[in-house]
Ligand binder design. Structure first.
Ligand code: PEP
Length: 247
C-alpha cells in the first residue's frame, strides 16, 4: 500500500518563535500509522527543531544543483543529509516563476538529492491558460518527462510527485476532485508506460492547490490521490491537523 502523506510548505513565513511553537504543537498530534507528515520550514530552522514524533519528517524547501563550492547563499544536498533531512521540495511553481527554474535545472537538483538518499517532492502543474486551452495534460507530461524520466526504476521510486495546478496555488480555487483524480491517474499511467505498473503503483502522488479542511476529505478519497502538499493551511495548527485527519 502507498504511503499517505500530508506535507506542509511553510514558505517564507513565521519568525523562529512562531515556527518553533507550531512545530512543537504539531509534534504532539497522534498520527495514524498509515500516514506520514512532512514539514518544510524555512531552511534556517531545520537544524534546531526537536522532532520527537516518528510520523513527522522534515523537508527542505530548496537545494542547490551543485555539490559544493563558491555558490553564495546556496544549500547543498550533502548539508541537508548531514542534518538527517529526508525530503526536499523541488520544482515548486514559485521557484519556476520567480527564480526562472526550469525542468533541466530541477532534474539536476533531483540528481543531487538522490545522491544523498533524500527524497525529492517534485512539483508539477499547468497554468490557467494551459487548462483553458485543454493543454494541461501535455504540459504536465513534458514536465514529468524532462525532470524525472532520466531516473532509474529504483531512483524514481524515491520520488514523491505533487500535482499542483498553478491557478489553484494560494488562490482559494481548488481543482475538482474529478479533475485532480484524472490528472493523478494520467501521471501514474505515464510512469507505468515508461517503467512498469508496479513502479507506478508504488509512487505517492499528492495534490496541492488551496487544499483546506473542507475539501481535503473528498480529494484524498480519490483512488490516485495519496495526500496533499499544503501551503496556506499548513500555517495554522487546527487547519493542518484537520487535513492530516482527512483520510
Ligand atoms: C503550495 O504552495 O504548494 C500550495 C499548495 O499552497 P496553497 O495550499 O496555499 O494553495
Amino acid at each position: 500500500m502507498r504511503k499517505r502523506i500530508v506535507a506542509g510548505n511553510w514558505k517564507m513565513n513565521m519568525n523562529y518563535k512562531e515556527a518553533n511553537n507550531l512545530f512543537e504543537a504539531l509534534s504532539k498530534i497522534k498520527i495514524s500509522n498509515s500516514t506520514n507528515v512532512i514539514i518544510a520550514p524555512p531552511s534556517i530552522y531545520l537544524s534546531s527543531f526537536k522532532n520527537n514524533n516518528d510520523k513527522i519528517f522534515l523537508s527542505s524547501q530548496n537545494v542547490s544543483n551543485h555539490n559544493n563550492g563558491a555558490y553564495t547563499g546556496e544549500i547543498s544536498a550533502e548539508m541537508l543529509s548531514s542534518l538527517d533531512i529526508n525530503y526536499c521540495i523541488v520544482g515548486h511553481s514559485e521557484r519556476r516563476s520567480y527564480y526562472s527554474e526550469n525542468d533541466k535545472l530541477i532534474s539536476k537538483k533531483i540528481d543531487a538529492l538522490l545522491n544523498y538518499d533524500i527524497s525529492p517532492i517534485y512539483c508539477c502543474g499547468e497554468l490557467k491558460l494551459d487548462r483553458e486551452s485543454q493543454n494541461h495534460q501535455q504540459v504536465v507530461k513534458s514536465q514529468i518527462e524532462e525532470a524525472l524520466f532520466h531516473l532509474s526504476k529504483s531512483q524514481i521510486k524515491s520520488v514523491i510527485i505533487a500535482y499542483e495546478p498553478v491557478w489553484a496555488i494560494g488562490t482559494g480555487l481548488t481543482a475538482s476532485s474529478e479533475d485532480a483524480q484524472n490528472m493523478h491517474f494520467f501521471i501514474r499511467s505515464l510512469i507505468s508506460e515508461k517503467y512498469d505498473s508496479e513502479t507506478a503503483q508504488s509512487i505517492s502522488i499528492l495534490y496541492g492547490g488551496s487544499c483546506k479542511p473542507n475539501n481535503a476529505k473528498e480529494l484524498f478519497s480519490q483512488p490516485d490521490i495519496d495526500g496533499g502538499l499544503i501551503g496556506g493551511a499548513a500555517l495554522n495548527h487546527k487547519d493542518f491537523s484537520d487535513i492530516i485527519f482527512s483520510f
